[in-house]
Design a protein around this ligand. Structure first.
Ligand code: C5P
Length: 226
């Protein structure tokens, strides 16, 4: 039988990753974090001295990237060659540069191909898969069984990202986070449309929801489609 696919998109701080992982756990599904793939490519370019301004060189790196994505929603490890980059790709250095890589059109088509392959492989193995990113509902898996856009007010997203990055939400930490979040979403939205839902995509606004409430709402949508 064909695998059950759940596609989730949204901006940073929308709760996309944690909600997607909880939905995958609920389904016993595999999990694919496509943002981690753009981050791993960025890490590899910096590591191997590829100039991020040289689009051709970055595309070549994307084609040769020895990437292994773990599909376990409890521990989605990322390896490049035999290096475990799971932690390293979350650094502010990578967050600050990943959009440069992700806005190169030929890089996107290459990673989108790899993402479709991974969705097929994980889905065949586990029967279902939850994939999240910025263009999963629209480009990577527009035929997914469930297509969900997670949104949240800029204020709520900033507070969550600040809590994640700095462990508190005092005014100074919020301001430090603002630049990163606002600029990255602005750059990313020039190549993918994840701020409004495409036709047939359900929107879940998590601004006033707790994590548990967001998961319950997402699970209800998924169960209705099963
Ligand atoms: O989701 P996360 O914040 O980890 O994504 C990191 C970056 O990867 C985004 O800022 C964006 O530049 C890129 N990305 C993308 N398309 C996706 C997922 C992520 O362009 N489907």
């Amino acid at each position: 039988s064909t695998p059950f696919v759940v596609a989730v998109d949204g901006p940073s701080g929308s709760g996309k990753s944690s909600v997607s992982r909880a939905v995958a756990r609920h389904l016993g599904a595999g999990y694919l974090d496509t943002g981690a793939m753009y981050r791993a490519l960025t890490w590899w370019c910096l590591e191997s001295g590829v100039d991020l301004g040289d689009a051709d060189a970055v595309v070549a790196a994307a084609r040769e990237l020895p990437l292994a994505m773990g599909a376990d929603p409890d521990e989605p490890g990322v390896h490049v060659g035999d290096v475990d980059v799971t932690e390293a790709i979350r650094s502010s250095q990578i967050s600050g540069r990943v959009s440069t890589v992700a806005t190169i059109p030929a890089v996107r088509s290459e990673l989108q191909l790899q993402q479709r392959d991974l969705i097929t492989v994980i889905g065949d193995e586990l029967g279902s898969v939850v994939a999240e990113g910025r263009d999963i509902t629209t480009v990577v898996a527009p035929d997914a069984d469930v297509r969900l856009l997670l949104t949240a007010s800029e204020d709520a997203r900033l507070r969550r990202r600040t809590q994640e990055l700095h462990g508190g939400t005092d005014a100074e930490s919020v301001e430090r986070t603002r630049d990163e979040v606002v600029r990255r979403d602005r750059d990313d939205s020039t190549v993918s449309s994840f701020l409004t839902a495409a036709d047939g995509v359900s929107t879940l606004d998590t601004s006033d929801l707790t994590f548990e409430e967001s998961v319950a709402a997402a699970v209800a949508l998924v169960d209705a489609a099963r």
